[in-house]
Design a protein around this ligand. Structure first.
Ligand code: HZT
Ligand code: MN
Ligand code: MN
Length: 451
């Protein structure tokens, strides 16, 4: 956007979004049509209905020149304009996809359309929260994709993503914020690596990095991830295989679809690829012990109380291992697949960064005073949302490591260590989308023009 660095305060000023004005939002401008607000059940084409809209952008630009009173705000560089300032009549709709075997034609069913209308009116089921989170994810990752460069510290990449998320989602207590720690997973690390305070790791030429971050609005979490290759293109076939596998998962999922059938379809596509690097040919394997998952309000793994969430396999299971559980209307899912040129199985290895309160059982609190007070802080600041060590520092905790380890030992807090393919030289990739199983169609809320 801006060819030379313009201070954020100046950019906000030019948009008439100085700090005072940010606090008293304009009333909705009925003429302001910069969102695709059509919930009339029509399915948009293959490319994301959300992140495109060039024709409308021109209109938006013209309007934004009118600076006084009800100006349609545009985004700054870096992104710091809260999305409620930009979208006043609803957030962009994700990619709407017809169910694969829609024999009863949910798309045109008056009953299903009425069900959606009612869902939209209820604050607990409205699609506005997840769509707002989805648009934050698209805008933040577009900025990250443009600005991540070799030589940058992972901690600065994480800060870039998290500062953007906090600003665009208008972080506020439990109402909106970061959904879970930013995963920046290099090479053989498939998931759950986030730099801890003081981490000196640098992104280097040739690195393959999985960027996995989350945004929530009223507990509705968008969980979406992509893979980049720093400078090189050696592993582009691996990235292509995993993107294809994830899109296969997105095509297969639906109301009454068995979880095991999604896994089988994903593996078939994933393992139809091989990649040649430096004269060596590697078959691509689906990482057999990683899964997609359901997502419930404030619950990234989809579990609610004692009830576990649903896992979406990415390999075929046999006999008793098959999960014949079916997906249901109204459910949210993270469809994520991981490919590897190594063993195709991950182990837990390395320093832990990701943690979350153990929501399942109500466990007796620690006897140690330091653990008790850390637990109170975790409950107050994160509730059931996952957090990392950097986020503990962000809320002012110091010298928390002993207390944190105590809570993990007592199983009050769960730890999620990095997940690594242990075969030497293994390369891994991931793509992930959040989808919503609406009555009329499925909506890929995180779809963009990038992936
Ligand atoms: C756990 C802790 C976090 C959920 C998947 C995932 C990143 O592997 C059921 C199936 C963040 C997320 C999660 F801090 N995990 N998606 N994106 N990680 S998971 C899981 O633990 S639970 C898969
Ligand atoms: Mn994820
Ligand atoms: Mn996930």
């Amino acid at each position: 956007m801006a060819p030379v660095a313009v201070p954020i305060e100046q950019q906000l000023d030019e948009l008439n979004l100085s700090k005072e004005e940010e606090k008293k939002p304009d009333t909705a401008d009925p003429e302001d049509e910069d969102n695709d607000d059509d919930d009339d059940g029509d399915v948009e084409g293959g490319e994301g209905g959300a992140a495109n809209g060039d024709a409308k952008k021109k209109k938006k630009k013209k309007k934004s020149k009118k600076k006084k009173g009800g100006a349609a705000a545009v985004q700054t560089d870096p992104p710091r304009v809260g999305l409620s300032k930009i979208f006043k009549n609803g957030y962009p709709v994700g990619e709407e996809v017809e169910y694969k075997n829609d024999t009863t034609s949910r798309l045109s069913s008056a009953e299903m359309r009425e069900k959606e209308r009612l869902a939209q009116e209820d604050p607990s089921t409205t699609y506005q929260n997840i769509r707002r989170a989805g648009e934050v994810h698209r805008q933040v990752r577009a900025y990250a994709q443009k600005n991540m460069k070799p030589g940058m510290k992972l901690i600065d990449i994480a800060d870039m993503i998290e500062s953007g998320t906090r600003a665009l989602v208008e972080e506020s207590g439990f109402d909106s914020g970061i959904g879970f720690p930013t995963g920046l997973n290099l090479n053989e690390i498939a998931a759950h690596y986030s730099p801890n305070p003081g981490d000196k790791t640098v992104l280097s030429k040739g690195d393959v990095m999985k960027v996995d971050f989350g945004v929530h609005v009223q507990g509705r979490i968008v969980d979406s991830a992509f893979t980049i290759e720093c400078e090189d293109n050696k592993w582009s076939k691996l990235l292509e295989a995993v993107k294809d596998a994830t899109n296969t998962g997105v095509r297969e999922v639906g109301i009454d679809v068995r979880l095991c059938d999604v896994g089988e379809a994903i593996q078939e596509v994933m393992e139809s690829y091989e990649v040649e690097v430096d004269g060596k040919v590697y078959p691509v394997k689906s990482i057999s012990n990683l899964n997609g998952h359901s997502i419930a309000p404030y619950s990234i793994h989809g579990g609610v109380g004692d009830k576990p969430g649903k896992s979406v396999p990415i390999v075929k299971h046999h006999g008793a291992d098959q999960d014949t559980t079916r997906m249901e209307e109204g459910e949210y899912f993270a469809i994520e697949t991981f490919g590897s040129t190594g063993r195709g199985r991950v182990i837990e290895e390395g320093a832990c960064s990701h943690y979350a309160l153990n929501g399942a059982d109500s466990i007796i609190s620690s006897s140690h005073q330091s653990a008790k007070s850390l637990l109170a802080s975790i409950k107050r600041n994160f509730g059931t949302l996952p957090f990392c060590r950097r986020y503990l520092e962000h809320v002012g905790e110091k010298n928390y490591l002993l207390a944190l380890n105590t809570l993990v030992k007592e199983r009050v807090v769960m730890d999620y260590p990095p997940l690594v393919d242990p075969q030497p030289g293994a390369m891994t990739a991931q793509f992930e989308h959040t989808i919503l199983l609406r009555p009329t169609c499925k909506e890929v809320v995180s779809r963009g023009d990038d992936y």
